[in-house]
Design a protein around this ligand. Sequence first.
Ligand code: SF4
Length: 305
Amino acid sequence: MKIGIYDLDSIIANLALMKISAWHKSKGDQVYRYLELEKYDKVYISKVFKFSKMPKYFIDNYEVGGSGFDLEKKLPVEIDQMKPDYDLYPRNTFDIGFISRGCPRSCAFCIVPAKEGKLKQIDEPMNIYSGRHKKIMFLDNNFTALRDRIDLLKTIIKMQNKTRVKISFTQGLDIRLINDEFMYYFKEIKRYEKIRVAFDNLTYKDKFMKGMAIMKKYTKMRNVMVYVLVGFDTPRSDDLERLELVRETGAIPYLMKFDKTNDYQKRIARWVNRPAMFAKVPWLNFEKYDKLTRGHVEVNQLKLF
Ligand code: SF4
């Protein structure tokens, strides 16, 4: 069979598509990245984001998956168990995989609880290492909450001593679950990206500040990036307070817009996500300047016309 793999919108190499590719190759099929004018016996389409548009032209015999299409659709077990076929993404430079799936929390803005369910360990770090790349990106959504997290950190440290591979926990750590024991081992991990944590609302302000204070004992805070979500259910005063608290810790804030089309969210992201601007210009000054230079129209100005 001739198989077409259509990656609509992935930001990194798509793990599910690489497993589908590996499974078909194991059956003797030929697998290619999809090209519009080619004919295939079957095409697999991955749609990660809801807002991505499906192809307008007709594709015969296709199957769609991905969190932007259906949160409940899962790979069949025999495909999910395959090692990824990295040949599908020749420019990719890291191994990708999950040690665990799921999350014990249920943040209302997040698809993980619905998509992956309760937290469980599903693999060993060494199984994700392919020997082909110098980096591994673990996609775990809440590694910090795993019961065996300390043993897993020790395993990763041993694996690094053997392979020299560098690590990223790209989805971040849960700052509410950071303690000295965790950081004692985590600091030994050789990383290729900043440590990422989130501060989504003020309900866990004290736990956030406590976790950051522990982190500060083990790493320089310029190595820590804090995702600050705005526009979901927090007032602006809450957004600004969280940003000032992040500033106080010395970590680097990264503003996440819940609604990418919202004017306020775009504006505050322009302020925060430019470190020099955030460091030197107060929000009120930036807001005035940004409104002037970007042709902002206040709602009450509309009454003039
Ligand atoms: S802690 Fe993170 S992964 Fe878990 S539900 Fe909240 S946002 Fe999602």
